[in-house]
Design a protein around this ligand. Structure first.
Ligand SMILES: Cc1cc2nc3c(=O)[nH]c(=O)nc-3n(C[C@H](O)[C@H](O)[C@H](O)COP(=O)(O)OP(=O)(O)OC[C@H]3O[C@@H](n4cnc5c(N)ncnc54)[C@H](O)[C@@H]3O)c2cc1C
Length: 301
C-alpha cells in the first residue's frame, strides 16, 4: 500500500470525491461545520481550472488567471488544515454507508458528494455496451482476470503507464495506446500503438479493438481518463442529458449521495461549481444530522 494511503480510516461521515472548485468548496464547508470528512483527489487538482488563461467572471477577482485562482483555492483549504488525499475513486457502492473503492483501498462513508467534473472525451463506440464484459477503467483492479490474456490500455494521461506495466507481468500481450505525448516509463514487453480508437467490438465480451489503421485482437480494453463517466462510478445513478440528475439540494436519486459542479450539467462555470459544492456540503450535513437522530430513536431490542 502506498504510504500516503495509510492514513485513511475505515469509516467517515462524509466523503468528497474531486478537488476542483466544487470539491474544495464542499470540503471548506464541511470543515467549518466540523464534520468528520475526507477529500479525495486524483493526481492534480483541477487541470481545467489550471488551463483557464484568464478568468473574468469570478466575483471579487476581476482579472485573474485560472492557475492563480487554483493556487488561492488550494491555499485556502491548506490554511483550514484540510488534507487532500490522493485516492482516485474507481467505484462507489450504494449505501448508507457507501463503500468507496480505489485500486489500492476501500473505506465507508455515510454520505458522499461527487464533484468529479466532466470528461471532455466522448465514450468510444462499443465502450458502454461492453463495460464489465472486457471494458474497464482500472486495470490493476481487474488484472488477475486477464492472466495470460491479451489487453489494450488506452490512456489520456501518464496514469496509464503504471497500469500497463502492472499488466505486463500478468498478460501474454499488452498494447498501449497513448492519447498524449512523452511516454516515460513503459516496460519493454508493452507494444505502443499510435493510432486512434475507432471502436471496441465483441459479441458476449471484448474481442477486438479497432484503431484507424489496424485491428487488435484483445480480451480486455482499459480506458484511463482523468474523469470516469459518473454513471460508471455509481451503478444505478440517475442521469439526465449526460449529467448527474440533482434537485436544488444537490441530492441525487440515492439518499445520502450528492453531486456538485460540472458533473451536474451546464453551465460549466467556476462560480456554479463552487456554489454547488458549498450547498451540497450544507445539505449533506443536514442529512447526516437526520441520519444520526433517526438512529438514536430506534429502540434497543
Ligand atoms: C480552458 C478553460 C477555460 C475556462 N475558463 C473559465 C472561465 O473563464 N470562467 C468560468 O467560470 N469557468 C471556466 N472554465 C470552466 C471551469 O474550469 C469549470 O467549470 C470548473 O473547473 C468545474 O469545477 P468542478 O469542481 O466541477 O470540476 P473540475 O474542475 O473538473 O474538478 C474535478 C476534479 O475531480 C478530480 N476527479 C475526477 N474524477 C475523480 C475520481 N474518480 N476520484 C478522485 N478525483 C477525481 C479531477 O482530477 C479534478 O481535479 C474553463 C474551463 C476550461 C477547460
Amino acid at each position: 500500500m502506498p504510504e500516503d494511503l495509510q492514513t485513511i480510516k475505515k469509516h467517515y461521515e462524509l466523503a468528497i470525491v474531486g478537488c476542483g472548485p466544487a470539491g474544495l468548496s464542499a470540503a471548506l464547508n464541511a470543515k467549518i461545520r466540523k464534520r468528520d470528512f475526507i477529500l479525495l483527489a486524483s493526481e492534480f487538482c483541477s487541470p481545467k481550472l489550471s488551463k483557464a488563461p484568464q478568468v473574468e467572471n469570478f466575483i471579487g477577482f476581476p482579472e485573474i488567471s485560472g492557475e492563480e485562482l487554483r493556487q488561492r483555492f488550494l491555499n485556502h483549504v491548506k490554511e483550514k488544515e484540510i488534507e487532500i488525499v490522493p485516492f482516485k475513486v474507481s467505484s462507489i457502492y450504494q449505501g448508507p454507508p457507501f463503500t468507496l473503492v480505489s485500486k489500492d483501498q476501500s473505506f465507508e462513508a455515510d454520505a458522499v458528494i461527487i464533484a468529479t467534473g466532466v470528461s471532455v472525451n466522448k465514450l468510444f463506440p462499443g465502450e458502454a455496451e461492453l463495460l464489465g464484459h472486457g471494458v474497464g477503467y482500472c486495470a490493476t483492479c481487474d488484472g488477475p482476470l486477464y492472466k495470460n490474456k491479451s489487453v489494450a490500455i488506452v490512456s489520456y494521461n501518464k496514469e496509464g503507464e503504471a497500469e500497463a506495466n502492472f499488466m505486463a507481468d500478468i498478460c501474454s500481450k499488452v498494447y498501449y495506446i497513448p492519447y498524449y505525448s512523452d511516454i516515460v516509463k513503459l516496460d519493454s514487453r508493452i507494444e505502443v500503438k499510435k493510432g486512434k480508437v475507432k471502436g471496441i467490438t465483441g459479441t458476449q465480451s471484448v474481442e477486438r479493438l479497432d484503431l484507424n489503421e489496424e485491428q487488435l485482437s484483445v480480451d480486455g480494453v482499459f480506458i484511463m481518463r482523468e474523469t470516469l463517466p459518473a454513471e460508471q462510478l455509481v451503478v444505478g445513478l440517475e442521469m439526465e442529458d449526460a449529467a448527474i440528475k440533482v434537485n436544488h439540494k444537490l441530492e441525487t436519486n440515492m439518499p445520502g449521495l450528492f453531486a456538485a459542479g460540472d458533473c451536474t450539467g451546464q453551465p460549466y462555470q467556476l462560480i456554479k461549481a463552487a456554489g454547488e459544492g458549498g450547498t451540497a456540503a450544507l445539505h449533506a450535513v443536514k442529512y447526516l444530522d437526520n441520519l444520526k437522530s433517526s438512529a438514536q430513536k430506534v429502540p434497543a431490542l
